[in-house]
Structure formats: C-alpha cells, structure tokens
Ligand binder design. Structure first.
Ligand SMILES: C[S@@+](CC[C@H](N)C(=O)[O-])C[C@H]1O[C@@H](n2cnc3c(N)ncnc32)[C@H](O)[C@@H]1O
Length: 230
C-alpha cells in the first residue's frame, strides 16, 4: 500500500471525505493516489506545470491501476482545471508567494463550497495575509515533523468576510500553539526570522515602515507564545 511522507499525510488528512480533489503541483501523484486507494476521494485530478513531473505521476497512477480514477493534466496552477473538476484543491511543496499567485488567478475558488488545503514550504505569512485580506477564512492549521524539519498545512474556505486580525496573525495563523509543541517550535522559528530581519534593517531609514510593522508583529507573537507557555 502507498505510504505518504508525514508532510503529505498531514495535507491528505485535511481533505474532505467523498469530495473530488485536484492536487496542484502533484509531481509523483502520491497524494491523489493515496486518497483514492484509501477510499477518501472518488476521483482526482493530478496537475503539474512540468512534463517531467507528470510523467512521474503517470508511473504512479499506472503502478496502482488508477488510470480510470485519476486524470492527469498539464497546467500552470489551475488555469486548465474547470470549476466542476474539484471540490478540494490541494497545493503542497511550493512557496507561499506562488500559492498566492495560483489562488488569486482562479476566481472560481471564491466559492464557500470549495476547500483549499495548502502546505507552504516558505513564506506562509504571504498566504495567510492573502487569505484574510481576500475574504478567505482559515479554519484549521496543523504542524508535523518530517526528516527533522517542521512543516505546516493550512485549511481555508472562502466566506467573503474580511476580518481584522492581530499584527502577528500572519505568522502564527490558527496553529495550535497551546497544545502542540511542534506548532510552538514552528512559530518560535518565525519569530527568530523576524528578529534577524529587524536586526538587518533597524538602522536604515528606507525600511522604517517595515521595521515598525515587524516590531509590532514580533511583540504580538511573543505575547501569544508567552500565553501559550504559561
Ligand atoms: C517540490 S514539488 C512538490 C511536489 C508535491 N506536491 C509535494 O509536496 O511533495 C513542486 C511541484 O510543483 C510544480 N509546480 C511549480 N510551479 C507550478 C505551477 N505554477 N503550477 C503547477 N505546478 C507547479 C513543479 O513542477 C513540481 O512538480
């Protein structure tokens, strides 16, 4: 049976049972194959911008005899995927900025029936900022450890509501920092990243706006971590 890495398993666990799925940037199509083989999804689209990754995907799909359940599609983001092709859209293993571009280019995602599962490798703050400023609501986040590194996954739906959010929210989102040591470890790493950036720009007037907003974010994150530890 196909066993996913902890990182992909974390994303797969967020997919809704019985829904059709599109895995964007699928590479080996491990995630959609797992979802079908385990009866979680009835059918899936495995898409990628590259021919090579789609060839990898084709090998996995054939090896598990899933040719009638998984549709392979060459596509930049969701450009070649139709609104009716998927309920749950999974995007794993890319940077947060690229995920923002892919989601922003797909107007049909602004539908409460669609569900986004994103596993950003970097710049998750860009993705959270995009979500909260564009009417998407983050309902859940999780963290896992894979080969010594902590990864996160974000689940979000479009609601149309653009809520106010605390200055550090884009760095910690809905990660369960109170109950999960891995989530805390991840957020502490984000705080260190911010501190390093602040040190690099603190004496440069050209960056005073960024300095001020990062300082505010850092204070909020540290307060939140203190409450979580206490
Ligand atoms: C690091 S791999 C991640 C593979 C798999 N999703 C995972 O998390 O293990 C990134 C994949 O995204 C694909 N990719 C990059 N930019 C893309 C885009 N704009 N649209 C679709 N796929 C893209 C790459 O070709 C590559 O196969």
């Amino acid at each position: 049976m196909l066993k996913l890495s902890p990182r992909l398993q974390m994303a797969a666990d967020m997919v809704r049972c019985g829904k059709t799925v599109c895995d964007v940037g699928t590479d080996h199509a491990y995630l959609p194959s797992y979802l079908i083989l385990n009866g979680i999804c009835p059918k899936a689209t495995a898409s990628d911008i590259g021919e090579g990754p789609l060839e990898n995907a084709a090998k996995t799909v054939s090896a598990y005899n899933l040719n009638n359940k998984i549709f392979l599609c060459l596509s930049d983001g969701l450009w070649n995927i139709g609104e009716n092709d998927a309920d749950d859209i999974v995007i794993c293993g890319m940077g947060g900025e690229l995920m923002v571009r892919i989601i922003d280019e797909t107007p049909w995602l602004k539908n409460p029936a669609k569900h986004l599962v994103c596993q950003p490798m970097s710049h998750a703050e860009d993705l959270r900022r995009f979500f909260v400023e564009n009417g998407f609501s983050i309902d859940k986040e999780t963290a896992c450890e894979d080969s010594g590194r902590v990864y996160i996954a974000i689940s979000a739906y479009y609601t149309g509501n653009k809520a106010e959010y605390p200055p550090g929210f884009v760095y910690y989102g809905r990660l369960p920092v109170r109950t999960d040591a891995l989530a805390r470890r991840y957020v502490k790493k984000q705080a260190q990243r911010i501190k390093n950036r602040i040190c690099g720009i603190e004496n440069n007037k050209d960056y005073s706006a960024e300095y001020n907003s990062l300082t505010e974010a850092l204070e909020d994150i540290e307060r939140m971590l203190e409450n979580a530890d206490g």
